[in-house]
Design a protein around this ligand. Structure first.
Ligand SMILES: Cc1cc2nc3c(=O)[nH]c(=O)nc-3n(C[C@H](O)[C@H](O)[C@H](O)COP(=O)(O)O)c2cc1C
Length: 318
């Protein structure tokens, strides 16, 4: 597989482990992925600035690989969280769920590569103009909050035509064959979330990982998020109640989002799931969760992806 260069950071493999909040992708997962040759990403949304610094330091103490921090533009304290990542010396800052002009200048001043997650050619062009080191194009197949209703395979050619910076494909890529397809289409790399959520080093609880292993096609659903975007998750009693409009509105608010629809508290539901309540919590997952059949270490998963990519590459050459 080709290597991936973003700004001054070079990873041996073109694989970014997507940031997964709340507290699913932390130091242990990011370190394992970075050590295996990919780019490990700490999800900063829902952490304090000090926690972000601790997790970056955790990764740095274990590997010389590439580490990024992902912060959602929609969260309260976005600026403080991004600055914590910059002060901690993250190689890359990644942001999605909204567009912020400011983050481009914060990262430029710190000399750190900034990579926005985009869902349209227009957003990609704007990002390049403001100085993005690369763009991640995420399709509606992805887990978590969704910024588009279009497939990554439709968006990718449009965005490749529009920008010169490296383009990373995300959403629904579950194996080395998917990586091969994305690179053949012209992407410089892929970002994968769901398959890394179900690894040993992921900070998701066992019940969460087990839901991925057992998920079938009908279990992956779209939910309304108070962020104002749809989200993709695994069905459970909470999502069923939500689809019936049967969820009590929030009583106490911790103002975790800059703008919130207040249909329910997204932070509470994501924290619940991370703490093991997969009945009343929100278990974010992409369409590719149905391809998760076991819980390998992140290193084993990366080696498997390399083998699958090599097989796909061999097939196309012969
Ligand atoms: C549990 C979970 C949490 C996620 N949290 C975030 C997040 O905090 N910020 C973000 O930009 N993307 C988030 N994502 C999206 C991933 O970073 C990644 O882009 C996406 O999962 C790619 O699609 P895939 O799951 O099909 O591989 C999340 C995805 C999952 C599955």
């Amino acid at each position: 597989m080709p290597s991936l260069t973003i700004g001054r950071a070079e990873a041996r493999l073109p694989i970014i482990q997507g940031g997964m909040a709340v507290r699913i992708s932390l130091g242990p997962l990011a370190a394992a992925v970075a050590e295996a040759g990919g780019i490990g990403v700490i999800a900063g949304s829902g952490l304090t600035p000090d926690e972000i610094k601790e997790h970056v330091a955790f990764v740095r103490a274990r590997t010389s690989g590439v580490v990024g921090v992902n912060v959602m533009v929609a969260v309260t304290g976005f600026k403080e969280l991004v600055h914590a990542a910059l002060e901690a010396g993250a190689d890359i800052v990644i942001a999605g769920a909204g567009f912020s002009r400011d983050v481009f200048s914060w990262c430029r001043e710190a000399g750190t590569a900034f990579v926005p997650i985009v869902g349209s050619a227009r957003a990609a062009a704007l990002s390049q103009k403001f100085g993005a080191a690369a763009v991640i194009v995420e399709g509606f197949e992805a887990g978590g909050h969704l910024g588009t209703d279009r497939s990554v395979w439709d968006l990718l050619p449009e965005i490749l035509e529009t920008v010169d910076v490296p383009v990373i494909a995300a959403g629904g890529i579950a194996d080395g064959r998917g990586i091969h397809r994305a690179l053949t289409a012209g992407a410089s790399g892929v970002q994968m979330g769901s398959c890394f959520a179900a690894t040993v080093e992921s900070s998701a609880p066992d019940a969460f990982k087990q839901m991925y292993v057992e998920a079938g096609e009908d279990d992956v659903v779209l939910v309304k998020s108070p962020v104002g975007l749809p989200g993709r998750a695994l069905t459970n009693p909470f999502t069923e109640a939500l689809s019936r409009g049967d969820v009590p509105r929030i009583e106490s608010c911790i103002v975790c989002l800059r703008k919130c629809g207040r249909e329910y508290c997204i932070m509470d539901k994501l924290v619940r799931a991370q703490e093991g309540d997969v009945v009343d919590g929100l278990v974010f997952a992409g369409e590719s969760a149905i391809h998760v059949h076991d819980i390998p270490t992140a290193g084993e998963l990366v080696r498997r992806l390399e083998r699958e990519w090599a097989d796909a590459n061999e097939e196309t050459r012969s």
